[in-house]
Design a protein around this ligand. Structure first.
Ligand SMILES: Nc1ncnc2c1ncn2[C@@H]1O[C@H](COP(=O)(O)OP(=O)(O)OP(=O)(O)O)[C@@H](O)[C@H]1O
Ligand SMILES: Nc1nc2c(ncn2[C@@H]2O[C@H](COP(=O)(O)O)[C@@H](O)[C@H]2O)c(=O)[nH]1
Length: 383
């Protein structure tokens, strides 16, 4: 069976350098290790070719290590593809976001030049599930049931909060309990997907909390309030949004009291907020599904149906992941539309890297900021 021949045009690829210079429009982006090798950080500098002035941007996101050298090429006006040398392929693909919607938004907030690192992930991963609803409605109970019954399918996004731990709550398991100054600093550094002031405390979902679950191949569950759901809806993360309603306000109050975790004053505050949250359950375009949690088992069965847990649906990502799991390291040689030709580095034959690979970026799908998902890879034995 002959594969269709693909023509790759040779574009300017910055290769095998300690620092790569990549031209995008009127700017040159210089990316790489600093001249002082004792510093492990990566520098990014921007040259405005029209004015011949340099800018050092605020760099957001977790940076790659860039241990030796890298190859780099623009994907489009929004991002630069970088492949790190000497690292297995599925660890080596990175993007420097230079003008994505996220970067534009951060630039506006900070009033400075901003770029952001994003790790390339082969395959799509399953959409996270946002479960929202008033305090005491049973979101935590439903999520815990899912996690207990499907431990290999679901993982919980561990939020950060400034509230004090309840008895039996464990730091790092139920929440990351944190100081207000620390969470505010992390939020300002772009580490959070969303945050909100809820019942007098700050709660937030870090990008890492969601992506570490998705990276494990699990579907991430976010138990967050309605403000948080709204922020996630506005972000690049594609998720399913479920609102859980109580059968009545009286029953909600009964459950909150029966849980016995809040003072009377806190219960009153949560009930006041519950009215506002219930009013927003029908906000146009916010929630995909409403579930009434009257009888717990019935509600849980309905939740499972929504998540197609009765289907034996398998993700087809494995098709693409096979090549990405190679231990060999590659570098970019050229570009054809949204495909990038990757060539094994010399001496990689012993690692099984005998063929060229095509990295397809045509169907990138929204990960949280910090991850670019939906990369596809195929082998090209001859072209
Ligand atoms: N269908 C149900 N019928 C009766 N009690 C329920 C039902 N679902 C949950 N509960 C109970 O209601 C209380 C509140 O549930 P849970 O803690 O799961 O709510 P929550 O929505 O996660 O609240 P919060 O937003 O404050 O974290 C718990 O004591 C739980 O056992
Ligand atoms: N916007 C966010 N809301 C969150 C997050 N984590 C939890 N929550 C919501 O807060 C209330 C109160 O929770 P509790 O544990 O103090 O009872 C509840 O509605 C949660 O859904 C978050 O990261 N972001």
């Amino acid at each position: 069976m002959g594969e269709e021949a693909v023509e790759f045009s040779v574009e300017k690829v910055a290769r095998d350098c300690k620092q790569s210079a990549v031209d995008v429009g009127d700017r040159t982006y210089v990316i790489g290790r600093s001249d002082d090798d004792s510093k492990s950080s990566i520098i990014v500098k921007i040259l405005d070719k029209l004015t011949q002035t340099w800018a050092v941007p605020t760099v957001l996101g977790t940076q790659p290590t860039l241990t030796k050298s890298q190859s780099a090429i623009p994907v489009n006006d929004e991002k630069i593809l970088i492949i790190e040398k000497g690292v297995p392929l599925n660890e080596s693909i990175w993007f420097l976001e230079i003008d994505t919607p996220f970067v534009k938004q951060q630039r506006k907030i900070k009033g400075t030049e901003v770029v952001s690192w994003s790790k390339g992930i082969i395959g799509v991963g399953q959409k996270p599930v946002v479960i929202s609803g008033p305090s005491g409605v049973g979101k935590g109970t439903l999520s815990a049931k899912l996690m207990k019954d499907y431990p290999s399918k679901f993982g919980f996004s561990v939020s950060h909060t400034t509230r004090s731990p309840r008895e039996k709550e464990i730091d790092g398991v139920h929440y990351h309990f944190t100081e207000r100054s620390k969470i505010e600093k992390d939020i300002s550094e772009g580490k959070f997907l969303e945050f909100a002031h809820v019942h007098g405390n700050v709660y937030g979902t870090s990008i890492e909390a969601v992506e570490s679950v998705t990276d494990e191949g699990k579907r991430c569950i976010l138990d967050i309030d309605v403000q948080g759901a709204r922020s996630v809806r506005a972000s690049s993360l594609e998720a399913i949004f479920i609102f859980v309603c109580p059968p009545s306000f009286k029953e909600l109050e009964k459950r909150l009291r029966a849980r016995g975790t809040e003072t009377e004053e806190q219960i009153q505050k949560r009930l006041r907020n519950a009215r506002a949250e219930l009013d927003q359950s029908n906000s146009p375009g916010l929630f995909d599904h409403l579930l009434v949690n009257d009888d717990l088992e019935t509600c849980y069965e309905n939740l499972k149906k929504l998540l197609s847990l009765d289907d034996d649906h398998e993700d087809s990502d494995d098709l693409f992941i096979k090549d990405g799991k190679q231990s060999a390291s590659y570098c970019i040689v050229s570009k054809h539309d949204s495909e990038f030709l990757l060539q094994p580095e010399t001496n990689e034959a012993k690692n099984g890297a005998t063929s060229l690979l095509a990295l397809d970026l045509s169907s990138l799908s929204g990960g949280a900021p910090g991850r670019t998902r939906g990369l596809k890879i195929r082998s090209i034995n001859s072209f």
